[in-house]
Design a protein around this ligand. Structure first.
Ligand SMILES: C[S@@+](CC[C@H](N)C(=O)[O-])C[C@H]1O[C@@H](n2cnc3c(N)ncnc32)[C@H](O)[C@@H]1O
Length: 306
């Protein structure tokens, strides 16, 4: 990815685009995949039944530097850090065929994401409570636990509230780095927050505000606000702004291959970062054409299926 290339918005199934992008080209990959992938659900007669398996041979210690993904002859994946990913995957997915279907969709795309991340790069995977815990265990095995950086909680307070359980009003964003010894992270670049008890700190500190933690209170995109594009799953620019500011520098390339309304690209553009966005939905592309109409140097591309 060179500075003279245009920012790109590609209309395609992301799985067709990803192999065309260069190894290590992106400092940040933000992904907000749909839970309902549109694939038929695979009903299994053994649902919720754990199948006994022979204990595996002990694994050698993982190498300190993460290794490249190695799809084995059987088509299984060992895990980038050399751990026995496939066994963890099998054990976990047997419990929930909805998640099995979802992970089957996401896994080849995450394998590509790992390849596309620069050595100092970071992956942000935006999930909700249905997926987050399975995904954490699987990503630990796939990326290597030492590559896990954070579990961000985006808390909001909007819409109907359940009465028979605690209303679910948060999303989870899992953060993994390509190389724990080399990743880029600048917490001083992000907006600061008011102290909860400003009286407990000096007036100077209270005036400056505090660094955000891993829990981010932020409103959803207001139905009547300036940001609203009309795309149903649009995420707030404030959430993406923090991510882009902390995990990239000016001029770095950012990738979002579940782009939707293009929030990641819109934020990247205002912060002087470069971007590639991909979405297969023509409505998303139409929304992005309107959203990026005033931003120069954005190339819209079609990648047709043959
Ligand atoms: C939850 S939305 C992303 C919303 C986005 N973060 C925003 O702020 O607008 C997920 C997007 O993934 C897209 N998508 C789903 N499967 C895809 C695929 N295989 N290739 C490309 N895009 C896909 C959908 O069309 C949808 O726009």
């Amino acid at each position: 990815m060179t500075p003279d290339e245009p920012d790109r918005i590609i209309h395609a199934d992301n799985l067709a685009v990803l192999p065309t992008l260069p190894d290590g080209g992106f400092t940040l990959i933000y992904l907000d995949p749909p839970f309902n992938t549109g694939r038929p659900q695979q009903r299994r007669s053994m649902r919720h039944v754990r199948v006994a398996e022979p204990e595996p041979e002990p694994e050698p210690e993982a190498a300190t530097a993460p290794d490249t993904a190695r799809p084995a002859a059987s088509g299984t994946i060992t895990g980038f850090a050399g751990r026995r990913y496939e066994r963890i995957r099998g054990d976990l997915l047997r419990y929930d065929d909805r998640f099995d279907d979802y992970w089957g969709f996401l896994e080849p795309r995450l394998v590509e994401a790992w390849r596309l991340l620069a050595d100092d790069g970071t992956l942000y995977l935006h999930l909700d409570y249905r997926e987050a815990h399975y995904a954490k265990v699987l990503l630990d095995a796939l990326f290597g636990r030492e590559c896990f950086l954070n579990e961000l909680i985006w808390a909001y307070d909007y819409g109907a509230k359940a009465k028979r359980k605690w209303p679910t009003k948060h999303d989870t964003i899992l953060v993994y780095v390509k190389n724990p010894a080399a990743y880029w992270f600048d917490s001083t670049a992000v907006d600061r927050e008011p102290y909860m008890a400003p009286g407990l700190v000096t007036p100077e500190k209270a005036e400056l505000g505090k660094l955000p933690t891993d829990v981010w209170w932020h409103t959803i995109v207001s139905p009547t606000g300036r940001e609203k594009t009309g795309y149903p799953t649009q995420k707030p620019e404030g959430i993406l702004r923090r991510i882009v500011q902390a995990s990239t520098r000016e001029g770095d390339w950012v990738l979002d291959f579940f782009a939707g309304s293009g929030t990641t690209g819109a934020v990247a553009a205002t912060l002087g970062r470069r971007f590639v966005l991909v979405d297969e939905n023509p409505e998303a592309i139409a929304v992005m054409r309107a959203r990026f109409a005033n931003i120069e140097g954005v190339a819209f591309e079609e990648m047709r299926r043959d």
